[in-house]
Design a protein around this ligand. Structure first.
Ligand SMILES: Nc1ncnc2c1ncn2[C@@H]1O[C@H](COP(=O)(O)OP(=O)(O)O)[C@@H](O)[C@H]1O
Ligand SMILES: O=C(OP(=O)(O)O)[C@H](O)COP(=O)(O)O
Length: 401
């Protein structure tokens, strides 16, 4: 297991990796729950009198959201109620001068780690530990903290290199995310374990079913992925209509796997019994799956009868895990499925974990209280890997002595 902030010596200069990767709209970085969550770790370190050097990434080179972290420093400052200095340098002279000038309790954010050539190529931790980036920064700090659970599936220098050359600790976000997201693989539950799976990617659902089929009693399906399973069950849904490219490619690639999963695990898999669409007057319309006879419209949510079927299953569960939305919840007309299952979870005292960047956004959007859920993950790719029991490079590197 890894060490945590409880094991950190006093008065250290600590290099902390956060994941502040955020949506960027018209060049403006959008505040989001990643800032709020990481603020806890940063505040704790600063209040304890450590000198706090923060590293994070934003976007990927070539993409529109690949921007400087200058705005991130201001947003974070608002969440920790203290100044966050910013230096437009990753490990050059300016960065080193700013680190060496830090006083106890001060916080400094370095420039986007992905502006450093040695950060990105996925390589072994030993290779990353031997980069100039890692070697240079390591000489100017005493310890390394990784709080970037949501980026921990990447074998990048700032995530896997430093733990090999510095005393390394997990931050509070890393600790909480790791415990909650690994629980489906590591914990024993006495009662029923239910998993709500939707979203756009069939492979996510397939991976989850293949890896957790023996741990999960019921899979409740929805979203694009759910429609592909309905298609495999012989229904006239899950086809691309004009201008769509959600279904047919995924169908070609995953048809056999989906069919055999339905065959082998049919008793555990619940499919939507009705679906919702946009009718001629732009209102929400619903139709029973059994009554769909033509490929003539796109379905954007599961229907109300489906929610009525899923609701009692959730309420009877001891643990519920959510991956992926059951519909296009960003449009209020098609949020019934996603909010329906989330409300059922919130109203019961089952152990619950909600993950996937998009899905967890629904909690905020529809005014639900995060405190009514066991854990709401800020991770997407790392969450799905953790659920399926795959190791995360950044977590494994932290576990080394
Ligand atoms: N029937 C549907 N049609 C169009 N989009 C859908 C449908 N069902 C779900 N979605 C979309 O899927 C997205 C979530 O997909 P996914 O990538 O699995 O989620 P996450 O980010 O939670 O991991 C949501 O933003 C939602 O709008
Ligand atoms: O936002 C992230 O992942 P996510 O989109 O899976 O939540 C992480 O910061 C990882 O970013 P990357 O997918 O560009 O390596």
């Amino acid at each position: 297991m890894f060490k945590t902030l409880d094991d950190l010596d006093p008065e250290q200069c600590v290099l902390v990796r956060l994941d502040l990767n955020s949506p960027v709209e018209d060049g403006e970085v959008q505040d989001n729950r990643r800032f709020d969550r990481h603020a806890e770790t940063v505040r704790e370190l600063a209040e304890a009198g450590h000198r706090v050097v923060l590293m994070a990434h934003q976007g990927r080179p070539g993409d529109d959201d690949f921007v400087s972290l200058e705005q991130h420093a201001d947003i974070l400052a608002g969440h920790i109620d203290r100044d966050v200095g910013f230096v437009a340098d990753t490990y050059g002279e300016d960065a080193i001068a700013a680190i060496d000038a830090l006083e106890a309790g001060e916080v400094l954010l370095l420039e986007n780690t992905r502006m450093c050539d040695e950060e990105l190529p996925e390589e072994d931790p030993e290779v990353k530990a031997d980069t100039e980036f890692v070697r240079t920064l390591a000489e100017h700090v005493d310890a390394y903290v990784n709080d970037a659970y949501s980026a921990a599936h990447r074998s990048h220098a700032s995530l896997v290199g430093f733990p090999l050359v510095l005393p390394a600790y997990a931050g509070r976000v890393m600790q909480t995310e790791y415990e909650a997201n690994s629980s489906i693989a590591t914990r024993e539950f006495d009662g029923q374990v239910t998993m709500v799976v939707g979203g756009t990617k069939a492979t996510d659902v397939i991976d989850v079913m293949n890896n957790l089929g023996d741990k999960v009693d019921q899979f409740l399906l929805g979203g694009i992925a759910g429609e592909l399973f309905l298609r495999a069950a012989g229904n006239v849904v899950g086809f691309d209509l004009e201008g769509m490219d959600f279904f047919d490619d995924q169908w070609e690639e995953n048809r056999e796997t989906i069919e055999s999963l339905l065959d082998e695990r049919g008793d555990q898999i619940k499919l939507a019994v009705d679906l919702a669409y946009e009718d001629e007057t732009d209102e929400r319309g619903e139709i029973a799956v059994a009554n769909i006879t033509e490929k003539d419209r796109a379905y954007l949510d599961v229907g109300s009868m489906t929610v009525d079927e899923y609701d009692p299953i959730i309420r009877d569960s001891e643990a519920v895990f959510v991956k992926g939305a059951l519909g296009l919840f960003e449009d209020e007309r098609f949020a019934v499925g996603t909010t329906g299952v989330l409300r059922a979870i919130a109203e019961t005292d089952c152990f619950s974990v909600v993950g996937g960047g998009d899905t967890s956004r629904a909690i905020e959007m529809y005014g639900m209280d995060e405190g009514d859920f066991g854990h709401v993950s800020i991770a997407g790719g790392a969450y799905i890997r953790a659920l399926t029991g795959a190791p995360l490079a950044g977590v494994e590197a932290l576990k080394q002595d």
